[in-house]
Each structure stands twice: as structure tokens, then as C-alpha cells.
Design a protein around this ligand. Sequence first.
Ligand SMILES: C[S@@+](CC[C@H](N)C(=O)[O-])C[C@H]1O[C@@H](n2cnc3c(N)ncnc32)[C@H](O)[C@@H]1O
Length: 358
Amino acid sequence: MATHTHIPVLLNETLNALQVQPGGRYIDCTLGAGGHATAIMERSSPGGQLLGIDADPEAIKIARASLEAYSGSTLLINENFINLEAICFKYDFLPVHGILFDLGLSSVQLNDSSRGFSFQHDAPLDMRFSPSQEVTAADIINTFSESELAYLIKTYGEESQSHRIVRHIVNQRPIETTLQLARIIERAIGGRRGKIHPATKTFQALRIAVNHELEHLEAALKQAINLLGFEGRLVVISYHSLEDRIVKQFMQQEAKGCICPPGTPACICGHTAHLRLINKMVITPSPAEVQLNPRSRSAKLRAAERIITKDGYYKAAEKMCFSVEVKANGWRRPALLKKLRQSSNCDSVDAFSALYIR
Ligand SMILES: C[S@@+](CC[C@H](N)C(=O)[O-])C[C@H]1O[C@@H](n2cnc3c(N)ncnc32)[C@H](O)[C@@H]1O
């Protein structure tokens, strides 16, 4: 059974970082219970639009109920955000003013005693965000070799005692339920370390592996850049250091122009900046928020703004030409591209951007 409560994390900070404005278009790539999405719709009224994505069909059902008042201006899709760009092209939902990723799993999923995400309830070792995925946590625990499992738990769980844990796991396979696994880990490495249950890191590792979380995040961030209009905002909330490292490195890299090794006489990489960092220091919850919602304690928010340099301009323009706004303005793709190519000065970038966004 699931309880339908999830308190959105860093809510005001997220709305401010996204610069939510009336009439804006937003994508929530991790809809969950719809907490952030509802607040985005409230602040973007009148005229705001939202494309909400979640891999979990249960999350879509809950979010649909939360967003009922905005059913005419929201499009909720049960999909994995690895397909972000394709989804936006399919529904002609680009360019957008802001894209949000609030990573990991929701309290609804964690508290659902049948999903196997938590060692607080006994449940089959499942951990899939979507029932359409084939591999469960039980498949990994029971079929991976000892060395594969140890590597996975060390890498994705940052667990220093992975070898000890895995030796116990392998000796007691098959393991089918969450409590069975939690008890084996407790016996392997002892009881609680402070407030942290000894199985926490292993469960994190399994969930990341089952859902390919890090690979999907990396791929989706790259796609997000192409969907943002000029000065559109990308906001990511992460909950552990592996996710945060990916987000930080991605934003820093995309905020750089040339990335040739130091000392290279002339640029050979051709890299151009696509983003401007909004917060150089990561944003974390206040002590008051952590007290109200302990699950927020590890949250880290990073935000960046889309910039379009002259070099990246035509490429972005070509993609944006599919936009409904452009069609509504009477432009057609070939005519617009021809017009853009005729004027190669920077003013045209601004004019083009103004046509689109803000
Ligand atoms: C932390 S919750 C989001 C909560 C939401 N912001 C709210 O306020 O209710 C993360 C959600 O992202 C979804 N999710 C995680 N990885 C995903 C992926 N690769 N594609 C689509 N959804 C994903 C999970 O199913 C979960 O519902």
C-alpha cells in the first residue's frame, strides 16, 4: 500500500531558480506526486503549460489527481526521461522556459510496502521505477557474480565494506525479500552506524543499478540543453554524491567555451558554452526544512541558464523551428531558416531569441 504524501523539496528555491513566470512552458522530468509541478502551474498562471514525465505509472496517476485543476494545460506522460528529446518532439513541446529534474524516488514509492525500495517493510526485492523494466533487484542479487556484486555495491553505494557484505550475500542466496537482505547485511557488518542503517548504501546501489539512474541522468541532461529556449533554466535536485557529481561536472563543462588542454596553441575542440551557471555554490535546504522534512537533508540544487552563442545559434534555431510558437507567429521552417542565414550578425540572435522566449 502507498501513502500519497510527498513534500516537495526546496520548493521555493526551485521556483526561483526556474524563474517561473506567467505564460511560461516547463518540463518536469520527474513528476512524482506532482508537488513541484502543481507549484509551477500555480506560479505560471495564467497561460502556463507543463509537460510532466515519470517512469512510474503509479506516480502519473497520483500527479494527475494533484494537477486536476490544470488538466487543460498539462500533458502527463508515463515515460523514462532518457527519451526526453523524443517526447518533446513528439508532442511539439519546445523550446521551453525551464526544465526540472528532482532525482531519485518519492516518499510515495519509498513508503509503498510492495515496491521493495525500503528495508522498513518486507517486500519482494523489486526496486523498478516501471513495471515494464525487466531486471529487478532480486535478479541482480541472485545472478551477479561475487566480484560483479562487490563492484556494484562499492561503486553505486560508496560502501567500503562491499566485499564483506557480498560474501555473506553469496553464501545465503537465493535472497528474495528486502528484510532477508537487510538482515544479512546487518549480520555481515554489524548494527546501525549512527542514524544510518547498515543496509542503506547497498539498497541505494541496487536501486541505481536496477534503474540505470546515472546513465539516464547523463543522457537526459545532454538532451535538456537542446530543448531550452534562450535564457531557459535547467534545475536539478540530487540526493547523493554520485548524482551531484554528474550534474556539477555537466554544468561546469557546458558553461565553458574551449575545453582544449592548457597550452594548445589554437582551439581544436570547437566546444562552445551552452549554459551560464546560476548558483556557483550548491543550494541546500534550510535547517527548518530539514526538520519539517528529514528526507530533504541530503538535497543539493544546481541551476544553469541556456545561452546561445553565435556558433551554436543555427543548430539551436533549426531544432526550435518545430515550435508551435513559431508556427503561430506565421513562420515556416524553411522560410525562417533562410531568414536567419541571411543575417549573420549577433543582433539576429537576439531578435530570434526574442521571437521565442521572454
Ligand atoms: C523525488 S521524486 C519527484 C517528486 C516530485 N518532484 C514531487 O514534488 O512530487 C522522483 C520521481 O522521478 C521518477 N524518476 C526517476 N528516474 C526517472 C527516469 N529516468 N525517468 C522518469 N522518471 C524517473 C521516479 O519514479 C519518482 O517518481
